[in-house]
Design a protein around this ligand. Structure first.
Ligand SMILES: O=C(O)c1ccccc1N[C@@H]1O[C@H](COP(=O)(O)O)[C@@H](O)[C@H]1O
Length: 238
């Protein structure tokens, strides 16, 4: 599963979080955010992390040109559109960005209409992301979604779950939903833009324990299923 830790501003924290197990680091390129980071600062973080770690820039309601410039200058592998970008905007951006750069469209879920809207983006973006709606803030709100009401959400493209995830509630979320990845920001912070490495380590412990449990369950099933199959394939004596 993809695990994106978002709102990285410090090279040493980016490096430590990559070592702890993040598959992606997120950088907030929205000037109004307390987690804002410039393309030059993103480069400073990126230079300290292994190349296989994804580097996602988060944008909101800005121009295609601005996104492309930061993507190149920041050496990004993906861009996350967290504002009110239309499917047409995403299509235009797709034509301008290299195909290797992933486009993630974040939907701030206010009601069930937002989930219907998700269909409009299929084919225009690579991945969808669900975040909680907040009347004043675009993201990094720490607000969780109503996971129970999302159980029917099954888009025909990969999707990431965001919104108020923490080391304490991540198991609960993943017991109810099966996203292709998760995205955490304020739930693993001391203050906006200042990640708490103890909380990040706790998150990966939770995910590791979860994986071990799933593997153990799988292993306990194999002998039984294997035995069943052998029985089915026994030659007939008639
Ligand atoms: O984090 C921000 O400041 C931010 C600003 C503008 C757009 C998006 C932003 N963050 C994104 O919000 C979600 C969820 O954050 P949280 O875990 O609830 O704190 C995440 O995808 C961030 O990339």
């Amino acid at each position: 599963m993809r695990v994106k830790i978002c709102g990285i501003t410090k090279p040493e924290q980016g490096q430590a979080i990559a070592q702890l197990g993040a598959t992606a680091l997120g950088f907030i390129c929205v000037p109004a955010s307390p987690r804002y980071i410039s393309a030059k600062q993103i480069r400073d973080v990126v230079s300290q992390i292994p190349r296989h770690i994804e580097r996602i820039g988060v944008f909101a309601n800005t121009s295609c040109l601005e996104i492309c410039q930061v993507a190149v200058a920041g050496d990004l592998t993906g861009v996350q559109l967290h504002g009110d970008e239309s499917p047409e905007f995403c299509t235009q951006l797709r034509q301008l960005l290299p195909t290797s750069v992933e486009i993630i469209k974040a939907l701030r879920v206010r009601n069930s209409q937002a989930l219907v809207q998700a269909n409009l983006y299929i084919g225009c973006v690579d991945t969808l992301l669900l975040d909680a709606y907040h009347p004043q803030m675009l993201g990094g709100t720490g607000k969780t979604l109503d996971w129970e009401n999302l159980q029917q959400f099954c888009p025909s493209c990969p999707w990431l779950l965001a919104g108020g995830l923490t080391p304490e509630n991540v198991n609960d979320a993943l017991n109810q939903l099966k996203p292709n990845g998760i995205d955490l920001s304020s739930g693993v912070e001391r203050a906006p833009g200042d990640k708490d490495l103890t909380k990040v380590a706790h998150l990966f412990q939770q995910l590791e324990a979860r994986k071990m449990l799933a593997d153990a369950e799988l292993n306990s099933k194999i002998p039984h299923e294997f035995f069943d199959r052998r029985e089915i394939h026994l030659p007939s004596h008639s």
